[in-house]
Design a binder for this molecule. Structure first.
Ligand code: FAD
Length: 421
């Protein structure tokens, strides 16, 4: 059977003319072997991209990705798809810059339409102090080699005329625009990496929950799963919202809390929002999908939980923020909402590191922002697992920073804040 289903103009034309009957499955639904060189726990965006880059960049193909549900059923298929590189602090700036560059070549690399749309992200500010902060952030982005533009209210009115510019409480003073930021189709990203990994010999094993991690003499030797024991030379924990639970199987207590984050989609509307817009005075952001739905979200539900759905006070909070910024949104009907479990680290930055157990690696702490990190994280994690050295774009995501207090980073340079950014 043809598992590659590679796309080309000619193939699409041929399939179109012959009823699209020639496409095979995009990846092989593998059954577990007894042993692998590398086992990756978690078939989300980061697990799949790590497997892909291990095979592609390092020639390590005897790899299994173990997923307790179905590939892409976690946060990678639940997020609001924003891709950007507008971070402030050293450590983060170079990593997200690296990731955005990978995004820009990803569809060619994977031969998969991930619907990357660099429609630009507009981050509004609403006071003189916020303007100073935004300019500082924009300068950090430019120094990193990324793009940032300062927009006046006049510029904004031309780009996004439907915002409430007369608002007395949170007047709009301007914005930072990153034109290379935008959105991508989340499922397609998971599927593209899955296909790329499977093509290169990686076993993608669904409905296979890891229930234990085997350690002998300080070295990882394999995992226990609902489909039997699997031996492994190296194991990576890449399970996002379940990081604390899976790390506990290796006796580790992580500085991670799991919180619900909700997202919302309205009924389909004619094209009206061309960019991603972030409200600087309330936690609210919005874009419009290709199908016309307004895709928006806000803050966490503010208590630790493993539930994949949120609660009404946060729904109300998000809707109010949306109405404050853009009163016309009140006319749109919300079609659906859902939640995902976020792996929140105390400083808002991820962990990509070895652990104190030989051969056991961890990649977690992605907070709100792990979708944009999918290519970057897999790329640098594969480098770490293959070479034992941290990639130059990810030298600071060390687990021990929470013990030593060194190099704490955050998104905006406002400091570590335990009500979770
Ligand atoms: C509502 C919402 C909006 C978001 N918006 C954005 C955004 O706009 N931009 C952005 O950059 N980020 C966003 N994010 C964050 C982003 O989605 C996550 O940070 C990222 O997807 C997490 O990495 P992942 O894809 O590997 O996680 P997941 O897809 O959750 O993958 C982890 C996988 O591990 C599996 N697993 C767990 N335990 C086990 C086990 N014991 N054995 C086997 N498998 C296991 C899970 O089933 C899951 O499939 C958002 C998240 C949510 C919920």
């Amino acid at each position: 059977m043809d598992f590659s289903g590679r796309f080309s103009g000619l193939r699409i034309l041929k399939e179109g003319l012959t009823g699209n009957k020639g496409w095979g499955p995009h990846w092989k639904d593998a059954t577990p072997k007894e042993a692998y060189d590398v086992v990756i726990i978690g078939g989300g965006g980061h697990g799949l991209s790590t497997a892909y880059y291990l095979a592609k960049n390092h020639g390590i193909r005897n790899v299994a990705v173990l997923e307790k549900g179905y590939l892409g059923g976690g946060n990678v298929g639940r997020n609001t798809t924003i891709v950007r590189a507008n971070y402030m602090m050293p450590g983060n700036t170079e990593f997200y810059s690296h990731s955005l560059k990978l995004w820009e070549g990803l569809e060619q690399d994977l031969n998969y339409n991930a619907m990357l749309s660099q429609r630009g992200q507009i981050s509004l500010f609403h006071s003189d102090g916020q303007r100073d902060g935004a300019i500082r952030q924009g300068n950090a982005m430019i120094n990193q080699g990324d793009d940032a533009e300062l927009l006046s209210v006049g510029d904004l009115k031309k780009l996004v005329p439907f915002l409430d510019y007369k608002q007395a409480r949170y007047p709009i003073y301007g914005a930072i625009l990153q034109r290379r930021a935008g959105t991508a189709r989340h499922d397609a990203v998971a599927w593209g990496f899955a296909r790329g990994a499977s093509e290169r010999g990686v076993d993608l094993i669904q409905n296979c929950e890891v229930t234990g991690i085997d350690i002998e003499g300080g070295r990882v030797t394999g995992v226990q799963t609902t489909r039997g024991a699997i031996k492994a030379g190296k194991v990576a924990i890449i399970v996002a919202g379940r990081s604390s639970k899976v790390a506990a199987m290796a006796g580790m207590r992580l500085p991670i809390e799991s919180h619900v984050l909700q997202a919302f989609v309205s009924e389909g509307l004619k094209p009206c929002i061309d960019h991603v817009i972030s409200f600087g005075m309330g936690h609210f952001y919005i874009s419009q999908s290709d199908k016309g739905g307004l895709v928006f979200g806000g803050d966490l539900d503010f208590y630790a939980s493993y539930a994949a759905r949120g609660n009404l006070p946060t729904v109300e909070h998000v809707m109010e923020a949306g109405m404050t910024l853009m009163p016309a949104i009140g006319k749109a009907r919300v079609l659906r909402s859902w939640g995902g479990i976020m792996d929140m680290s105390p400083d808002g930055s991820p962990i990509i590191d070895k652990t104190h157990i030989d051969g056991l690696f961890i990649d977690c702490g992605w907070c709100y922002g792990g979708f944009k990190a999918v290519p970057g994280s897999g790329h640098v994690m594969a480098h770490l697992m293959a070479t034992g050295e941290h990639h130059a774009a990810a030298t600071k995501f060390r687990l021990d920073r929470f013990r030593t207090g060194q190099n704490l980073m955050d998104e905006e340079g406002t400091g570590s804040q335990h009500n979770l950014h």
